[in-house]
Design a protein around this ligand. Structure first.
Ligand code: MF3
Ligand code: CO
Ligand code: CO
Length: 266
């Protein structure tokens, strides 16, 4: 049985009872991501999608972790096409063929549920669909590497090896993170790396894996709004994020879609 403690890298080892709180927070985040799906159609604005998410956060009795976080004012990040992450919802109207990531983090009984996934408005291009598939499968290959005794480098290597084998690139400028009763905790979960490097995984670690994969080059830049990160070469970018916990023999996913809708219909 694990006692709550910190590793020498500052990574919290949670007790088995803590998983229940993470499952509940993750379920609320995933439910809201399920519910917003039907609203993602050509003609809707990203601000309208965020309004719906904000309302559902309130109706579920949870708290948005992003509103007020470092001055951020919205219940979601919505990142369209070449936006890598941290897109600010607003007046932008979705067009046929747009692809977008919606990222929601809620707090339930003090526990954080953080997940994001891809959506499509109308019919995306073959290349865009392939990017979404490869990004999803990159996350799943990272998750499959999670078990006690493996390392964070094993996770990053699994993601990077697969994405690059499909001639796509891994964003280096943003990473996953520990979470639990805090939003962003050690370690930085890199989506690239070398097998055997980095901290060793232990039962009771909670963290996100949230690879951002680009069709073109990996470099990003942040726009003048200080949030919106875009690909420097304007190539399409995609991201999927799960919050997970290390178990005795692998991992548990806290943010599974209740409706089986994590991967978009397209
Ligand atoms: N949910 C994002 C993550 O995966 C963080 C968003 S912070 C915000 O870590 F302020 F931009 F909302
Ligand atoms: Co996250
Ligand atoms: Co997130």
């Amino acid at each position: 049985m694990n006692e709550a403690r910190l590793t020498r890298e500052g990574i919290r080892i949670h007790s088995p009872e803590d998983s229940a709180g993470m499952h509940e927070a993750g379920r609320v985040a995933a439910t809201i991501l399920d519910e917003v799906g039907p609203l993602v159609v050509p003609g809707v604005t990203t601000g309208e999608l965020d309004d719906f998410i904000h309302r559902r956060v309130e109706e579920t009795g949870s708290t948005s972790a992003t509103i007020g976080y470092r001055g951020y004012q919205h219940a979601s990040c919505i990142s369209v096409n070449h936006v890598v992450c941290h897109g600010i919802p607003g007046e932008k109207t979705l067009a046929d063929g747009d692809i977008l990531n919606i990222d929601v983090t809620v707090i339930v009984d003090g526990w954080y549920g953080d997940s994001s996934r891809m959506y499509v408005a109308g019919t995306p291009s073959v290349k865009a669909r392939r990017l979404i598939e490869v990004t999803h499968d990159s996350l799943m290959k990272g998750i499959e590497a999670v078990r006690p005794g493996a390392t964070f480098g094993d996770i990053g290597a699994a993601i990077q090896t697969y994405a690059e084998s499909q001639r796509m690139s891994v964003v280096r400028d943003f990473c996953g993170h520990g979470l639990g009763r805090v939003f962003h905790a050690p370690p930085n979960v890199l989506h690239y790396g070398r097998p055997g490097k980095g901290p060793v995984l232990e039962e009771g670690m909670f963290f996100t894996i949230e690879p951002m994969i680009n069709l073109g080059r990996p470099e990003t830049k942040v726009l003048a709004d200080d949030w919106t990160a875009v690909t420097r070469d304007k190539s399409l970018s995609a991201q999927f994020e799960h919050a997970i916990g290390v178990t005795s023999d692998g991992c548990e996913i806290f943010t599974l879609s209740p409706g089986g809708l994590f991967f978009p219909k397209m």
